[in-house]
Design a protein around this ligand. Structure first.
Ligand SMILES: [Zn+2]
Length: 113
């Protein structure tokens, strides 16, 4: 499953950061998931709970923040967020737009001790 490999990579990343900071354990993991990333939040939660055992994230709280699709119009420089899958400027109707957020998943922050 897609979510499983994502979580494994995420846990590896958390371990690395924790080790770099000489932390003994991670208490909170906050992620941002783009609506267009194709990731199911609840599946990600389940995967996290499954794989966190015996890692530094074992007792970590996992928080998922949804990120709407954020677009930038390259004609009028208008920046906006939308729920729908319309890749069009809502101000000038231009199709010359760029996705600036909402397609990926990011690790936003870690709390550790
Ligand atoms: Zn525009």
């Amino acid at each position: 499953m897609h979510e499983y490999s994502i979580v494994q990579a995420l846990l590896d990343q958390c371990e690395e950061i924790a080790k770099d900071n000489q932390a003994n354990r991670v208490t909170k993991v906050i992620c941002k998931i783009g609506v267009m990333s194709g990731i199911e939040n609840h599946l990600l939660q389940v995967a996290f709970d499954t794989f966190k055992e015996k890692t530094l994230c074992e007792n970590a709280e996992f928080i998922i923040n949804s990120q709407k699709l954020k677009l930038l119009c390259q004609e009028c420089n208008f920046e906006f967020e939308i729920d729908d899958l319309i890749y069009k400027c809502i101000k000038c109707n231009s199709l010359n737009i760029k996705v600036i957020d909402g397609e990926e998943m990011y690790l936003m922050s870690l709390e550790m001790e």
